[in-house]
Design a binder for this molecule. Structure first.
Ligand code: ADP
Ligand code: MG
Length: 377
């Protein structure tokens, strides 16, 4: 570790790292089933200004959290022992230490413009910015997938959220102008061209500003149900279901598990369809795949809600090529693929539909596929 001198700026032992939020194009509730996902990194990101300390104190401050800085002793970090937003950066430091990496204290200042709790992975953005910072500051030599695994472990174990690995992989590995085709079974990735602006299209992200309380409990229930289906089928994971055998496989399941398995298996197929379309330059063709994904999440996986359905329906009725809820469900965000010349009209129509339904006005922005985590100073 380098010597830290006051006033040294982002010199040895200090710097600024930036890690983006993400939005998933297609492949929902597949990442904890060893399946396929296709996220893009957002232009929105968490910036972590990090300066190593020699005294074992982890001092955490966020421009967005309103509260004062929190000081923790890195040696005393334990899962369940920390509350509030500081769990996310503390989780990464704890995980690195648990894995045997010689990391100590630091001053960490977070400044993020990723909307929080909107299904756009503001939490992974913080984790990945902090992981990248500690990796560089301590010369750990971790590659991006290794950092993603550690950050996911941090969120699962220390924060207590049983998320899959998509968010961290997207934040760490994405490239500008490309979607990240990730096979969560072996973490193999392929960068798939997704230059929507050149194609005359826009990807609208519609944050419904709704998060229904059942989200966390339901997520755990859905994961358990997928494991139950695997146990009934004698399979390690639902990825082992060959889509061509789907009907026969469904016939062997208790009725309650049929729609869920149908979603997971058909969703992997939709990801492959989407990749083929994008690699063939047919970005417009993605629209119907998105809408089919929404129908499956709504009717089979049963994770949509009135607000996400409202946004999808309003966008499609206003001329979107396709739309779907994105993220875990029960609120959060919707994406809509639209011709650029009607993007404003579609956004206006969606807002009007929310107004008429007496819901909060959604936040809508156009996203482009952006860069993954990196050091910026
Ligand atoms: P998502 O990751 O979809 O935004 P989560 O519930 O997983 O939703 O993570 C949101 C949480 O992450 C917030 O409640 C907060 O604890 C933390 N968080 C995100 N961004 C910030 C920030 N800029 N400052 C402090 N905490 C943040
Ligand atoms: Mg999150």
């Amino acid at each position: 570790m380098g010597t830290i001198r006051e006033g040294a700026g982002a010199g040895i032992g200090a710097g600024v790292w930036r890690a983006p939020g993400r939005v998933n194009l297609i492949g929902e509730h597949t990442d904890y089933n060893d399946g396929l996902v296709l996220p893009i990194a957002l232009p929105h990101a968490a910036r972590a200004t990090v300066r190593a300390r020699q005294d074992g104190v982890l001092r955490l401050y966020s421009e967005q959290s309103q509260g004062p800085a929190v000081e923790l002793d890195v040696r005393a970090l334990t899962p369940g022992g920390v509350d509030g937003w500081v769990r996310y950066p503390a989780a990464v430091v704890w995980t690195l230490r648990e894995a045997g990496y010689p990391v100590g204290g630091a001053d960490v200042r977070i400044d993020s413009d990723v909307p929080t709790g909107a299904g756009l992975s503001s939490s992974a953005a913080i984790e990945c910015a902090v992981a990248a910072a500690f990796n560089d500051l301590h010369g750990l030599g971790l590659d991006s997938p290794e950092m993603a695994r550690l950050a996911q472990h941090a969120e699962n174990t220390f924060v207590g959220v049983p998320c899959g690995i998509m968010d961290q992989m997207a934040s760490l590995c994405a490239q500008p102008g490309a979607a990240l085709f990730l096979d969560t079974r072996d973490l193999s990735i392929r960068h798939v061209p997704f230059d929507i602006e050149s194609a005359g299209l826009r990807l609208l992200v519609i944050d419904t500003r709704v998060k229904h309380n059942l989200a966390d409990g339901e997520y755990a229930r859905l994961r358990a149900a997928c494991q139950h289906a695997c146990a009934v089928l004698g399979l390690e994971t639902l990825r082992d279901v060959n889509p061509q055998d789907l009907l026969g496989v469904l016939a062997r399941l208790p009725r309650a598990l049929v729609p869920m398995v149908r979603h997971v298996v058909s969703e992997n197929v939709r990801v492959e369809q989407a990749v083929a379309l994008l690699e063939g330059g047919d970005l417009r063709g993605l629209g119907p795949v998105l809408t089919a994904g929404h129908v499956s999440l709504r009717d089979d996986y049963d994770v949509s809600c009135a607000e996400t359905d409202l946004a999808v329906n309003a966008a499609v009725e206003a001329g979107a090529l396709g739309a779907r809820m994105t993220g875990g469900g029960f609120g959060g965000s919707v994406i809509a693929l639209v011709d650029s010349n009607i993007a404003l009209t579609v956004a206006g129509t969606v807002k009007k539909a929310f107004h008429q339904a007496r819901r909060r006005t959604p936040r809508i922005f156009a996203a482009v596929a952006s860069a993954g985590a990196r050091r910026i100073s």
